[in-house]
Design a protein around this ligand. Structure first.
Ligand code: URA
Length: 247
């Protein structure tokens, strides 16, 4: 038995560099094909398992990138954090799956929780008007949030809740691949840019998020409380519109 273990250890030590080189070559090959990451969702693992069963449609070159649908299936009736206890709906996101512009807010409020759709309450109605002002509709863009379940009493999301939820937003953004992202409010902007800089300083400037141009602006709910700030948002929206037209 000891001999067998020794032989196994020896052969695996010899094989390890070979496997490592194979893996590196394979990942370089995938990169050359345009893949930007390795998805390890349940669905991706199922696809990998099917490779062993053979069949032309299951060769590596034909792996499909994740879609919003497969991500939503993976999210399911999520119980990854405590917010599931008080929510009515998981608010995944809405709009054009191939949108060139994605709006990211904080998290669902009461109305969004009831309807299962982001930005449908008063702040959402203002967002729809802002979109109209730059000649876009909700169907042209994609709208989602940093977290997908309503925190009780609309309190701020907590770090463990963000940590559980943010991978899904990142996957959504990768699946859509928008040229432009508009972060609505300090929470969305600071989370996506991993910064603590206040929104008053972030807004109106373009940043880069995983290859997309990201523009932070004030949250529509903040505008409802501070209508004087609408002028700033209008300036930001003109920049967003210009960028949208030139991409
Ligand atoms: N506020 C948000 O940040 N998101 C919504 O979906 C609604 C209100």
């Amino acid at each position: 038995m000891t001999e067998a273990i020794k032989a196994f250890n020896e052969s695996s030590t010899q094989l390890l560099p070979e496997i490592r080189e194979d893996l590196k070559a394979y990942l370089r090959y995938m990169k050359g094909l345009g893949y930007q990451g390795v998805a390890l969702s349940e669905n991706s693992v199922r696809i990998l398992e099917r490779w062993n069963e053979g069949g032309a449609a299951e060769t590596p070159g034909t792996i499909q990138a994740e879609t919003l649908d497969t991500i939503q299936v993976d999210l399911g009736a999520c119980q990854r954090c405590k917010l599931h206890k008080g929510r009515k709906h998981v608010v995944f996101g809405v709009g054009n799956p191939r949108a060139r512009l994605v709006f990211v807010g904080e998290g669902p409020g009461h109305e969004e929780d009831m309807q299962g759709e982001p930005f449908v309450g008063k702040a959402g109605q203002l967002l729809t008007k802002i979109l109209r002002a730059i000649e876009l509709t909700r169907e042209d863009v994609y709208i989602c949030n940093i977290i997908k379940c309503r925190p009780p009493g609309n309190r701020n999301p907590e770090p463990d809740e963000i940590a559980a939820c943010i991978p899904f937003l990142r996957r959504q953004l990768r699946a859509i691949g928008p040229g432009l992202i508009c972060a609505l409010g300090s929470f969305a902007a600071q989370t996506l840019l991993a910064t603590k800089t206040p929104i008053s300083r972030l807004r109106g400037n373009f940043y880069t998020y995983e290859g997309s141009r990201l523009l932070p602006t004030y949250h529509p709910a903040f505008l409802l409380r501070n209508p004087a700030k609408k002028a700033d948002v209008w300036e930001d929206m003109k920049k967003l519109r210009d960028e949208y037209e030139n991409n």
